[in-house]
Design a binder for this molecule. Structure first.
Ligand SMILES: *Cc1c(COP(=O)(O)O)cnc(C)c1O
Length: 355
C-alpha cells in the first residue's frame, strides 16, 4: 500500500508550497502536449510574458522564462549580471539571503554582506550608512525572507538604492502575489520569481524580469543554457532555445488568465485575508510568532517538538513546512484555500498540540 494512492490524495491537503492547486488547473496540465515549435505555442509564450510583465508592473521590460527552479534563476542573475559589476552587496536575513552570498562565492564574485538578525527588520538608517561607506554598485536582497517570514520594506530599499545610484536585484519569489510588489514603484532593475510560490502552480518554471533600464545591457556569457542574449532573441518570437516544460507553460497561461480577470490586487488581498484568518485563529494558542514584519505568504510560529507535530499532521494528510529555524513551523497561505480552511487547520493544530 503506497502512501500516495489517488484515493488518499483526495483527502490530503497541502499548506506547503505550492499549496492546493485547483482541479481546473491540474486538468490543463493533463491535456495533450502541444508541439513546442508551433505558432500556437509561441503565441501562448508571448501572452504569458505580457501578462507577467503586467503583474509585476514592469511595462517596457522583459520576462525570460526558464524550465528550472528559482535558485537557477538566481544563479543566472549572479553569473551574468552581478558578475559584470564592481562591488555587490547582499542583504542576509536568513537562508535565502545566504544563498545569494553562496552563489556569488561559487562564481568567484566577491561581495560584501549586510546581515540582519534572523526574523528582524532592517535598521534602514544603519543600512544606508553602510552603503554610503561601502559604495557597492549592485544590491541583492529578498523582498520576503521565506525562512523566517520577514518582509522587508522594498519601497524604502528602492528609494535609497536609487538615490545612491545602486542597481537593485530582488528575489521576489515568495512575495510575488502575496504582498504588493511593483518593479516600477520600487525601482527594481532585476527580479526573480518561480512557479511554485506566488503563482501557486506546479514547480518547474522560473522567471527573470529585466526593467526597461536594462535594455541593451551587455550581460556576460558565462552560462550556456541561461545566456540572456540567446534567450531574449528566442523570446522575441515566443520561443525558448531548449525544450520548455510545455505542460507547465499551459498551466501558467491558464493561471495568468485567471489572475488577469481578478486583478493582482484582488489576489494579494485574498492571500492576506487567509493569512489574517489563520493568525487570528491560532492567537488563543499563545504560540510565539516569528517575524517582526510578517509577509502574507506564510505564518511562521514556534512549537515544542515541531518535527513530531509536523509528522503527526502529515500522517493525517495535512502538510505544513518545518524548518527555517529550530522548532519553527510554517504554513503557506498562497494556495486555493479559503478562510474556513485555515480555521479548520487551526483547530486541527490545537488538537495535535493538546491545547
Ligand atoms: C523558494 C525560494 C527560492 C527558490 O527555491 P527553489 O527551490 O530553487 O525554487 C528562492 N528564494 C526564496 C525567497 C524562496 O522562497
Amino acid at each position: 500500500m503506497g502512501m500516495f494512492q489517488l484515493e488518499q490524495l483526495d483527502q490530503s491537503d497541502s499548506f506547503a508550497f505550492p499549496g492546493r492547486i485547483s482541479r481546473e488547473l491540474m486538468r490543463v496540465a493533463a491535456t495533450p502536449i502541444p508541439y513546442m515549435r508551433h505558432a500556437e505555442f509561441s503565441s501562448l509564450v508571448m501572452r504569458c510574458e505580457e501578462m507577467l510583465l503586467e503583474l509585476v508592473d514592469n511595462a517596457g521590460g522583459r520576462c525570460m522564462p526558464f524550465t528550472a527552479s528559482g535558485t537557477a534563476a538566481m544563479e543566472a542573475v549572479v553569473a551574468q549580471y552581478v558578475g559584470t559589476k564592481q562591488k555587490p552587496c547582499v542583504l542576509v536575513g536568513g537562508g535565502f539571503g545566504k544563498r545569494w552570498v553562496e552563489l556569488c562565492s561559487y562564481h568567484g564574485i566577491q561581495c560584501v554582506e549586510y546581515t540582519v538578525p534572523y526574523a528582524r527588520d532592517l535598521d534602514y538608517e544603519d543600512w544606508e550608512s553602510f552603503l554610503i561607506e561601502q559604495k557597492p554598485d549592485v544590491f541583492l536582497c529578498q523582498h520576503h525572507e521565506t525562512s523566517s517570514g520577514q518582509l522587508f520594506d522594498m519601497e524604502r530599499i528602492g528609494r535609497v538604492c536609487k538615490r545612491l545610484g545602486i542597481s537593485l536585484v530582488v528575489d521576489a519569489i515568495s512575495s510575488f502575489l502575496s504582498d504588493p510588489f511593483s518593479m516600477r514603484e520600487m525601482g527594481v532593475d532585476m527580479a526573480v520569481i518561480s512557479s511554485q510560490k506566488g503563482l501557486s502552480i506546479l514547480p518547474g518554471l522560473a522567471f527573470i524580469f529585466l526593467s526597461p533600464a536594462l535594455q541593451g545591457y551587455e550581460f556576460s556569457h558565462s552560462l550556456y543554457y541561461f545566456d540572456f542574449q540567446e534567450n531574449l532573441k528566442n523570446l522575441d518570437r515566443g520561443q525558448t532555445p531548449y525544450s520548455p516544460a510545455t505542460q507547465l507553460f499551459m498551466m501558467l497561461h491558464a493561471r495568468l488568465l485567471e489572475l488577469k480577470s481578478m486583478g493582482r490586487e484582488a489576489e494579494v488581498a485574498r492571500v492576506r485575508r487567509n493569512a489574517l484568518a489563520f493568525r487570528e485563529a491560532i492567537a488563543p494558542l499563545g504560540l510565539s510568532s516569528n517575524p517582526e514584519c510578517p509577509s502574507n505568504c506564510v505564518t511562521a510560529f514556534y512549537v515544542d517538538r515541531a518535527w513530531d507535530i509536523f509528522m503527526s499532521l502529515y500522517a493525517q494528510g495535512v502538510y505544513v513546512m518545518p524548518g527555517g529555524d529550530e522548532n519553527l513551523l510554517r504554513v503557506s497561505h498562497i494556495g486555493y484555500h479559503s478562510e474556513e480552511d485555515f480555521a479548520k487547520l487551526a483547530s486541527l493544530l490545537q488538537r495535535v498540540l493538546g491545547k
